[in-house]
Design a protein around this ligand. Structure first.
Ligand SMILES: [Fe+2]
Length: 392
């Protein structure tokens, strides 16, 4: 991210600073940063100490229910039948995970009970459907359909859901950092001219909310693989100003500037974020490969080191048959995959595609949850064999 500031910050760091002149108490400076004072950081100025506790509540370990399938095959699942419910944290239904990333589908219908902070990792929420405001200690971050909402670890937040739209989100949690790809940035960190987005496409909090209020405030912190609850007697959003390089933001998939070539470009052309041993890509509506002899669909490939997961977000995905908006495919390592029979011939000569898809590739094997078992379509593994397809 780039440098950003909101509210009042003093001209120097680590100095005496007061909200309303000499008679008012000192503000409390908090440095919130990665890699032990060597990574990116922001500095926040609180009215009261952010350490202040009223009560320590329960610790609940996060239990993952794993499905170990009988066979290693390509898989298709449909998120549409997953029932809505719960709040933006408890409503997350785990789909898959490994040591680098965990992905859930969430269709929240209720506001969060209090505030949440992920102390175990960074989060990205892809808003397939929905909208609202992510309220954070850094300020208000409005979000809408097709946004990636990036929430750095340590960001105390709550969600205000737009009551007029249903919400369907994909939630990514990583113990690492969510970043824009290194190869899009120059040595100073600025996004390069050839990157498919610029700093202007990342939207920081637009308004700081400062509450100097007493009350009973419940905060749940994800930490050490569980959820620790606390009660505070002061509103956690008591920041009067902050600045730095760490802040929550949104990036809208419709702002991804797609790349195309005379011949087919591979998925790294669509990369949007990087994490440890995984990437997140956006396949945006785009012009297709323009050579008269070009094959505008992906070639068959064996990513012998990757698991490829694709979420079909909008439009028609020409390389797949029987795959609808809201579906997921998992093409695991060890197996080749490519367009289904007949799709290449049908696509020849196409000038553009209206598909929007979100893909994540992990470089270490994924484990599947029991939710995937519920929504799995076992016929997909045979979809490359015309002899196994229903007539018509
Ligand atoms: Fe692929």
């Amino acid at each position: 991210m780039r440098y950003h500031a909101l509210g009042a910050v003093p001209s120097k760091r680590h100095v005496q600073v007061r909200r309303d002149g000499a008679a008012s108490p000192l503000l409390v400076e908090e440095v919130l940063g990665y890699e032990g004072f060597s990574g990116n950081e922001s500095i926040l100025y609180h009215v009261h100490s952010p350490c202040r506790l009223e009560e320590v509540g329960s610790f609940t370990p996060i239990e993952r229910e794993e499905w170990v399938p009988d066979a290693h095959v390509h898989r298709l699942a449909d998120t549409k039948p997953v029932a809505p419910g719960g709040d933006p944290v408890s409503g997350r239904r785990l789909l898959m995970w490994n040591g680098d990333v965990e992905v859930s589908v969430c269709k929240p219908t209720e506001p969060l009970d209090g505030f949440f902070r992920d102390g175990d990792g960074d989060e990205v929420i892809y808003v397939h459907r929905g909208g609202g405001v992510l309220r954070t200690v850094f300020g208000r971050v409005p979000f809408r359909q097709h946004d990636y909402v990036v929430i750095p670890r340590g960001t105390t937040h709550a969600f205000e859901l737009d009551p007029d739209v249903e919400q369907t989100w994909l939630c990514f949690h990583t113990p690492g950092e969510i970043e824009t790809p290194n190869r899009y940035r120059n040595r100073y960190g600025q996004l390069l001219e050839h990157a498919p987005f610029s700093q202007r496409d990342f939207h920081p909090p637009d308004e700081l909310e400062t509450f100097d209020e007493r009350g009973e405030y419940h905060v749940t912190v994800r930490v050490r693989g569980g959820l620790q609850r606390y009660v505070l007697d002061r509103h956690p959003f008591d920041v009067v100003g902050w600045d730095g390089y760490v802040w929550p933001c949104t990036f809208n998939a419709d702002d991804f500037e797609p790349r195309a070539g005379r011949f087919h470009l591979p998925p790294p052309a669509h990369q949007t974020f990087q994490g440890p041993n995984f990437v997140i890509c956006t396949f945006a509506p785009r012009m297709l490969d323009w050579d008269p002899q070009a094959v505008p669909l992906p070639y068959h490939h064996s990513n012998i080191q990757s698991e490829e997961v694709m979420f079909y977000a909008e439009g028609d995905y020409a390389a797949r048959k029987g795959v609808d908006v809201g579906c997921l495919t998992l093409h695991p390592s060890g197996l080749p995959h490519g367009p289904q029979p007949g799709t290449v011939e049908r696509a020849l000569g196409a000038k553009s595609t209206n598909e929007l898809a979100v893909m994540w590739d992990t470089f270490r094997p994924l484990r599947l949850s029991t939710l995937w078992r519920e929504i799995d379509d076992p016929a997909y593994a045979f979809s490359w064999n015309e002899d196994k397809q229903p007539a018509g």
